[in-house]
Design a protein around this ligand. Structure first.
Ligand code: ZN
Length: 448
């Protein structure tokens, strides 16, 4: 092995990326003899050891950036943390928010010797280090070390649940007031959120105090039992107890029975223009994600039943929504809406969070136009990262280039549909007419 590294990379001894790359190439190609569970265990240990060393490098780079920013004198520590998290995201191919969590885990790994040792020898994985970080959040470094000391013997030898319970219990003992403060902060963070799920479904979640959550579920269970006992005509078709509870939740929140009363909402639906002809292209529901062709047809056919569907067409030639321009300095109205529809999610590589701001790629102050081609959708977090001088965004909407800390990555807007079949000149003319009509209709009074 050492010989292979020496052959492929003569100066590898002093160059970590070369050593790691050489080992990666070797392990990727090497013939594996007898498959054994011991081999699987060794590989798992190696991943953990690499994670520990990754943490060492990450924390060293964070310190380096903090020194540079302190020398500059005008960058706040929180700005440094943000750009380092974003750089770690570029390096580890994660969203900046996920990378922020990994950055905190890296700091814990380096600071807490028992955690570092258990990970370095391969026993502890990054998720378990994440549990320790979460459960010791808010403790002083001294208290945190006392907690970790209490569980040090079990690291890498216990289930995630046991580890979480043990660390939490030890933390409560070390700082009894902290639990109360954390509970208060958690209550203040109560909220409701929606995320898309498989097959045209969504998860509606509420982050509530545990007793409230239990009370809600109990109320739905009782309500579902009562609804089941109603006479046949009022209760509609047969439903399982689980379905009754879900329908009752919709009923109590929106005032409408989802089975017996049609939905009444305004829906923006991005559909390729040729889906009106072939009917087989999937559509895209902004804020949700891709939806299958059958669902598109159903939504379009429900129009008279209270669904106000605004169809946004995609040009058959390019597969993308067309561009627009504004003389204003800011992205507003239809242009802003257009970029939101086009980019769908934050454009930072591996981010994918919901878009909160539409921003210039080349700054307006540097002569960048307020046009769809010079615009990108950003989440709030990534919009703030762009303020740091070590984070550079260039290019145009068709290919945004992000570079920082010696790494680069590009993103393109999602194709709304597959490139179309070849059209006859007459079909192209008719599609173009329909396209112009759709654009005018989508723009309403707010002309591009
Ligand atoms: Zn983002």
């Amino acid at each position: 092995m050492a010989q292979i590294i020496a052959e492929r990379h003569p100066d590898a001894a002093s160059d970590v990326p070369s050593v790691v790359r050489a080992f990666q190439e070797w392990i990727a190609e090497v013939e594996l003899d007898e498959p054994t569970w011991e081999a699987v265990r060794c590989m798992e240990d190696l991943k953990n050891t690499l994670t520990a060393r990754q943490a060492d490098v990450t924390v060293a780079l964070h310190r380096e950036q903090a020194e540079k920013d302190a020398a500059r004198g005008f960058v706040l520590p929180s700005h440094t943390d943000r750009v380092v998290a974003a750089q770690l995201g570029l390096a580890r191919r994660r969203s900046p928010v996920q990378a922020g969590r990994l950055l905190r885990i890296a700091h814990l790994t380096v600071a807490a010797e028992p955690v570092r040792e258990a990970m370095r020898t391969g026993e502890l994985n990054e998720e378990q280090a994440g549990i320790i970080r979460r459960e010791t959040d808010g403790l002083t470094p001294e208290d945190r070390d006392r907690v970790i000391e209490k569980v040090a013997d079990t690291l890498g030898r216990t289930s995630d649940r046991h580890l979480s319970d043990d660390v939490r219990t030890a933390a409560h003992r070390v700082d009894p007031e902290l639990a109360a403060r954390r509970a208060e902060a958690a209550r203040a963070d109560r909220h409701v959120s929606l995320r898309s799920a498989r097959d045209g479904m969504a998860h509606l979640s509420a982050f509530l105090p545990a007793v409230e959550g239990r009370a809600c579920l109990e109320a739905l269970r009782k309500g579902a039992n009562a609804a089941k006992r109603q006479p046949r005509p009022e209760k509609g078709p047969d439903r399982t107890p689980r379905q009754w509870m879900a329908d009752l939740l919709v009923h109590r929140v929106s005032g409408r029975d989802p089975v017996t009363e049609p939905v009444d909402v305004h829906v923006n639906l991005v559909v390729p223009i040729d889906s009106l002809i072939s009917g087989n292209e999937p559509g895209y529901l902004p804020g949700y994600g891709p939806i299958p062709a059958g669902e598109v047809r159903e939504l379009l056919s429900q129009r008279e039943d209270g669904v106000d569907v605004r169809r946004l067409f995609v040009h058959p030639g390019s597969g993308q929504l067309v561009g627009m321009e504004s003389k204003s300095r800011f992205f507003r109205g239809l242009l802003a809406q257009f970029v939101q529809w086009r980019d769908r999610r934050c454009r930072t590589p591996w981010c994918g969070a919901p878009i909160k701001e539409i921003d210039h790629i080349t700054a307006h102050a540097k002569g960048g136009a307020t046009s769809a081609d010079n615009a990108e959708g950003d989440c709030q977090w990534c919009n703030l990262v762009k303020e740091h001088p070590a984070w550079h965004v260039t290019g145009h909407a068709r290919e945004v280039l992000v570079s920082s800390g010696g790494l680069q990555a590009t993103t393109r807007p999602p194709l709304v549909n597959e490139p179309s079949q070849a059209w006859s000149p007459l079909e192209e003319y008719l599609l173009d007419l329909e396209w112009r009509w759709a654009l005018r209709r989508a723009s309403g009074k707010d002309d591009p």
